[in-house]
Design a protein around this ligand. Structure first.
Ligand SMILES: [Mg+2]
Length: 226
């Protein structure tokens, strides 16, 4: 019997990688427009490489990129990058199309809904508020609530406790097999892999279910609970 549905946030409910990509492209274009001599595609790749090594919440990415390219900081380039990045981020942060109808349906099935995210609390709540999701969930656990990242057991246990659910009564949905699926599965939660949000070609997610769209979770839970 599933009583609670727990979601990862980035690339599960919202298209984080698309937002990053659109925003980085805007920042690079802005730096070129104000006179920085760089190749656009190369620059975008280099910025993604910095994010890959420092984490996707890294805040100093444009400083590092500029210093790497011209060996010193240039504040005109930096300002252009940051301002255009922020503008693009505002308009390119979107939910996957079936998220709201699916959440409404799950709520109508009397399921408790939660989020467990590795994002810093401030960033996670900014994204939740931007997308008007801040009142949708019975509880939210972000990185700063436990101080450890998935697949550590603490975040999963914390959200299940906050939702008053036994671990085996929880369905965890996430796009990252090593963190979301492994972490929840090892505690006895049911798991669904957000295949639609994964940027990698995962052959075996290790999840109980693979989702091509989020709405598929409705029938899955109906089947389990019938
Ligand atoms: Mg994710």
């Amino acid at each position: 019997m599933i009583k609670s549905v727990i979601f990862d946030l980035d690339n599960t409910l919202l298209d984080f990688m698309k937002m990053k990509s659109v925003s980085i492209n805007a920042a690079v274009k802005a730096m070129i427009d104000v006179g920085m001599d760089i190749d656009k595609d190369e620059a975008v790749n280099e910025i993604f490489t910095i994010y890959d090594s420092k984490g996707y919440e890294h805040q100093e990415v444009f400083n590092e990129f500029i210093i790497k390219k011209i060996s010193k900081i240039n504040y005109k380039f930096l300002a252009a990058a940051i301002v255009e990045y922020k503008k693009a981020k505002e308009i390119s942060l979107n939910l996957y199309p079936d998220v709201i109808p699916t959440l409404n349906k799950l709520k109508s099935m009397n399921l408790n809904l939660g989020i467990v995210s590795d994002a810093p609390s401030r960033e996670a709540w900014m994204r939740l508020y931007t997308l008007d999701l801040h009142n949708f969930f019975d509880d939210v656990v972000t990185f700063n609530d436990t101080g450890v990242y998935k697949p550590a057991k603490e975040p999963f246990i914390k959200i299940s406790e906050k939702l008053n659910a036994n671990l085996e009564e929880c369905m965890m949905i996430g796009d990252w097999p090593e963190r979301d699926i492994k972490g929840a599965g090892q505690l006895g939660m049911k798991t669904a892999f957000a295949k639609y949000g994964s940027t990698e070609d995962i052959v075996d997610s290790g999840a109980d279910y693979d989702l091509d769209s989020l709405s598929e979770i409705i029938d899955i839970i109906h089947q389990i609970n019938k």
